[in-house]
Write a protein that binds this ligand. Structure first.
Ligand code: ATP
Length: 252
């Protein structure tokens, strides 16, 4: 099951660039939350702060609190423990190119020491079913490499790989922006299915996509969260003039 995420006074820097400023929001469990805003406003940095990836950059710094369920992400746990609870999917599908489809999905479990063949088989099948890829690859699991799949299939493979370690949160940073419309619609259908099981945060430039998949939407501008509300409110009756200007295409 998913968990809620409580972000309090989050600030982030790259060197002297104060990239995120005083971000406060509550991301509800088992819903999809979309983050929108013009290029460079800090959306990717924000999601990278949720799973402690931001700090992997030597010039990066973070202050503030992120609570994921009962866990204080920065105080209570190591980055590697957090990344097990939080799956991440990036803009460009990044399967391990030389590994088979099966090994791509099983990689996280194997890294965590799982060796039992039956457990691995079951997890690979379950994860590929959840990511709506099973029917397309079930006969080639060990014969084909991850890199031999189409872009849309590779992205669903990456989603299966993220789900295999049983996370509570799924972060998706523009997961469909490199895909064709048919693959994009499959990813959107998938987000719809998956949110009953996971808390999903999706960065997107595509406002129709945000409106289609997300219950809540946050609008970022210049490192600040300008507005956070139900997606319906953001797109029909935003409280802030800057949100209205952005969603009506007057800037950005
Ligand atoms: N690795 C990095 N090193 C230094 N500065 C960075 C780095 N990554 C991002 N930044 C800076 O941080 C700010 C926010 O970038 P970020 O990628 O979070 O924005 P974004 O809203 O996700 O943009 P986009 O929609 O174009 O992906 C920008 O000013 C960017 O130049």
């Amino acid at each position: 099951m998913g968990v809620g995420i409580e972000v309090t006074n989050l600030n982030a820097w790259y060197g002297t660039n104060h990239t995120l400023q005083d971000i406060n929001l509550h991301i509800p469990a088992n819903q999809a939350t979309a983050l929108i805003g013009p290029s460079g406003c800090g959306k990717s940095t924000f999601v990278r702060c949720l799973n402690r990836m931001h700090e992997t950059n030597p010039i990066a710094r973070v202050t503030g609190t992120v609570k994921m369920g009962d866990i204080d992400v920065y105080a209570d746990s190591k980055p590697v423990q957090i990344r097990r609870r939080v799956g991440m999917v990036f803009q460009r599908p990044n399967p391990f190119p030389t590994m088979s489809i099966y090994d791509n999905v099983a990689s996280g479990l194997k890294l965590n020491g799982y060796r039992n063949r039956r457990v691995l088989d079951e997890t690979v099948e379950r994860s590929l079913k959840k990511s709506a890829l099973w029917d397309e690859v079930k006969d080639d699991l060990k014969k084909k490499s991850g890199a031999s799949l189409s872009g849309g299939q590779q992205q669903r493979l990456c989603i299966a790989r993220a789900l295999a370690v049983d996370p509570e949160v799924l972060l998706m940073d523009e997961p469909a922006s490199a895909l064709d419309p048919v693959s994009t619609s499959k990813i959107e259908d998938l987000i719809f299915e998956l949110k009953s099981l996971y808390t999903i945060v999706i960065v997107t430039h595509n406002m129709q996509q945000a409106a289609r998949v997300a219950e809540k939407t946050g609008f970022f501008l210049n490192g600040r969260l300008v507005e956070f509300d139900s997606t319906h409110k953001i797109f029909t009756n935003p409280s802030d003039k800057r949100t209205e200007d952005y969603i009506t295409g007057r800037f950005g």
